[in-house]
Design a protein around this ligand. Structure first.
Ligand code: GLP
Length: 251
């Protein structure tokens, strides 16, 4: 069990590397089930994938996607909803079929049944082949926040203060940031055959260090990834700067 840590020089290199891993996976299995993430970190990866698609180097026509999470309280057409993000940064530019796109959608529906339905759909798709993740400054993955315990399946979550604070940069004011979300659980994430986590910038350095510390804690959800057998972390130098000699303990 080991995390493969790839340290790259720049955000651009991180994005290219991640897009190449996805492209390789989709070439190997055209009906790949991809787990997708939002946030500023994977934006460059989506841009690279669009470039590859334009150059006819990748075909998404049979690919199925599951997004990690979505805010509660934002309609899908809200510019900060993850529905909007995904269409703006990716789906509007490539040939993923609309019927193959899955993003939790809670507006006007009971979150409990949405969560159960989401888990059922993941199972029906026979699980996620490749899950892309970012990492929160507090170690969250998806919206699985640090706490006494973590949830295995897709669930409703109260966002941590630190997350609301961090994500307020995308909104006009802090008061506009939703306080709740639906997220895939750590079990849904750990069920993926392969996981690729992206981290960029100094603000992620401590979270990356703890993720690779050799200790597992629900107080740092990303640390659970150390128990997965196929995780690749792609970090730029800043995000990797607190790993001992850039040489993580978990290798
Ligand atoms: C967000 C998302 C996560 C993301 C993380 C980091 O709130 N729910 O999936 O990985 O926080 O975001 P960013 O890449 O913008 O730093």
């Amino acid at each position: 069990m080991a995390m493969d840590i790839v340290i790259v020089d720049s955000y651009k290199s991180m994005s290219i590397k991640a897009a190449e891993i996805i492209a390789e996976q989709v070439r190997k299995k055209n009906d790949t089930v991809l787990g997708l993430a939002t946030g500023s970190t994977p934006e460059g990866m989506y841009a690279c994938l669009i470039e590859m698609y334009d150059e006819k180097k990748i075909d998404f026509s049979a690919v199925v996607t599951f997004n990690l999470d979505e805010y509660i309280g934002l309609p899908p057409d809200h510019p900060q909803s993850y529905h909007h993000y995904m269409h703006r940064h990716f789906f509007d530019h490539v040939n993923v079929k609309a019927g193959n796109i899955n993003i939790p959608h809670c507006e006007g529906r009971d979150p409990g049944s949405i969560c159960r339905e989401y888990e059922r759909k993941i199972r029906e798709a026979e699980g996620i082949d490749l899950q892309i993740l970012g990492i929160g400054t507090n170690g969250h993955i998806g919206f699985n926040e640090p706490g006494e315990y973590l949830y295995t399946g897709t669930h409703l979550v109260e966002l941590a203060e630190e997350t609301i604070e961090a994500n307020s940069r995308f909104f006009d004011s802090r008061g506009e940031v939703p306080e709740q979300a639906v997220t895939m659980g750590v079990g849904s994430i750990m069920g993926a055959a392969r996981i690729v986590l992206l981290a960029s910038g100094e603000s992620k350095a401590e979270a990356v260090r703890k993720m690779c510390s050799g200790k597992v804690s629900t107080g740092h959800p990303a640390s659970l990834l150390q128990l997965h057998r196929a995780v690749t972390v792609i970090a730029d130098r800043e995000a990797a700067s607190l790993l001992k000699n850039n040489n993580p303990a978990c290798q």
